[in-house]
Design a protein around this ligand. Structure first.
Ligand SMILES: Cc1cc2nc3c(=O)[nH]c(=O)nc-3n(C[C@H](O)[C@H](O)[C@H](O)COP(=O)(O)OP(=O)(O)OC[C@H]3O[C@@H](n4cnc5c(N)ncnc54)[C@H](O)[C@@H]3O)c2cc1C
Length: 433
């Protein structure tokens, strides 16, 4: 019998420090627990940290990969099942988890989203084309390979400045291209990078393309002196993280971070989130591990039949978001589209009333996210639509009429059709009054 044949009580998605800690704690509290990781190895970001960690409380110094292995062994010895190299997808409405290459989904009592963050992309020509051929998002664990290279680092925050500093220890030259006038990185990092004679800082630069032939040869950018080309053998794109939160059907903030209460409960009963995917403010290992333990306690309490209503603490903003709702639709004006079903993806932003959102149960008192998803599903099940513009319009008008939001923005994405290969995206915004 395989671990995918019977539903455990808890499924944890993602085996970074948050997911590993959640699995360890759930198992130690007596809950049957399956932890799945999409990558071949567990550890998440721990695997790419290029230096020994000295800020994990209680541990003087440890390599990220070593910490990942210790956490994995601890989770297993507490009784959790850990599977890596398996992608998983949650259908939040039915609380079923689908696994790549496995026919039947599982229905646990609780799902923990611990999917972390990915590095944000610039979205310029050449970025994808030269990924792995000079373009990278992380310096990796062997910075010595940069010896003699001309390196360009793009970004002005902590991540970029840290990359510039580490690269400068080995590279021939490092050019730090950033959009603002000043670096936004913390002072200690700025001081470290300023001490290198081989680092040139270039403010107010807008990146237009990454260029090359077999591998990267340079970056085309526009700055205070007009357009120019900066020669490079290696380009690090370090423009910040973004949460891996699409498609879970739970409430997020406007940047896509999952909204949770202090125990990791999301807007959907039975669905929890931990670590970086719900923590824009404190994306650290200590926080990831701590949130993993808190969520296990909340799931254990739920197990005793005392499921409490989801109480989500309001963040600073009253703008709420719901990302990546993918639904089947009959859509398109081309003849061959009339007879087949396609998938539309919806992203919504709501401006909720501050007074209503100030209640203890902020999300439920403002927008019932499950009901929003059902309303959209109803609209697109009703008929064949020629244009996504019409779908966006009908969805925005319906949501505004039925839900207590001051404003709604609906973004609809339709995959490419043979005649127009790029995906079509349309955005509609409607407000009251
Ligand atoms: C270069 C660098 C240096 C850092 N330095 C420090 C430091 O000094 N101190 C510190 O405290 N923090 C540091 N951090 C941050 C720290 O690593 C993160 O805060 C921490 O790893 C977050 O843990 P997480 O488990 O939430 O997410 P992640 O570590 O991002 O792990 C998420 C995991 O989920 C997996 N996943 C995603 N989607 C799915 C899916 N659908 N199914 C299954 N699996 C999925 C991913 O593959 C990944 O393995 C650093 C990060 C980097 C990149």
């Amino acid at each position: 019998m395989s671990e995918f044949d019977a539903s455990p009580e808890v499924i944890v998605l993602g085996a970074g420090p948050a997911g590993l800690s959640a699995a360890l704690w759930c198992a130690s509290l007596g809950l049957s627990t399956l932890l799945v990781e999409a990558q071949r190895e567990v550890g998440g970001q721990l695997r790419v940290i290029p230096y020994a960690l000295e800020n994990v409380p209680g541990i003087a110094s440890i390599e990220g990969v070593t910490l990942a292995e210790v956490l994995r062994s601890q989770a297993i010895s507490q009784g959790a099942t850990v599977r890596s190299g398996v992608g998983a997808r949650l259908d939040a409405a039915s609380l079923r988890v689908h696994f790549d290459g496995v026919a039947e989904p599982l229905s646990p009592r609780a799902v923990v989203i611990a999917t972390g963050v990915r590095r944000r992309r610039l979205g310029v020509p050449g970025e994808d084309e030269f990924l792995g051929r000079g373009v990278a998002f992380n310096i990796g664990r062997e910075p010595e390979r940069l010896k003699g290279a001309r390196v360009v680092v793009i970004g002005g925050g902590d991540d970029a400045v840290e990359h510039a500093h580490l690269a400068a220890l080995h590279a021939r030259s490092v050019t730090l291209l950033h959009r603002g006038e000043r670096l936004s990185a913390r002072p200690a990092l700025r001081t470290a990078v300023e001490a290198h004679a081989n680092v040139t800082r270039r403010p107010r630069m807008r990146i237009e393309a990454i260029e090359g032939d077999a591998a990267v040869t340079g970056v085309r950018a526009h700055g205070p002196h007009g357009a120019e080309r900066i020669e490079a053998d290696v380009v690090f794109v370090c423009v910040g993280p973004e949460p891996v939160s699409e498609g879970y059907g739970v409430a997020t903030d406007a940047k896509g971070y999952v909204r949770v209460d202090a125990q990791g409960r999301t807007s959907r009963e039975g669905v929890f989130a931990v670590g970086d995917v719900c923590s824009a403010e404190a994306p650290t290992i200590a926080h990831a591990m701590g949130s993993g333990s808190a969520v296990a306690k909340a799931i254990r309490a739920m197990d005793g039949g005392t499921r409490s209503a989801v109480a989500v603490v309001r963040g600073a903003s009253d703008r709420l978001g719901l990302r990546g709702i993918s639904l089947p639709a009959r859509i398109g004006a081309y003849p061959r589209e009339k007879g087949r079903q396609q998938t539309l993806t919806f992203d919504l932003d709501f401006d909720v009333d501050a007074a209503r959102a100030a209640t203890a149960d902020a999300l439920r008192d403002t927008i019932d996210y499950a009901a929003v998803t059902e309303a959209i599903a109803e609209i697109i099940a009703r008929q064949h639509y020629n244009l996504i513009e019409t779908v966006a319009e009908v969805v925005a008008t319906t949501i505004l009429a039925r839900f207590p939001t001051q404003r709604v923005r609906v973004r609809v994405t339709k995959p490419g059709v043979p005649q127009r290969r790029a995906a079509a995206v349309i955005e509609v915004e409607r407000s009251r009054g």
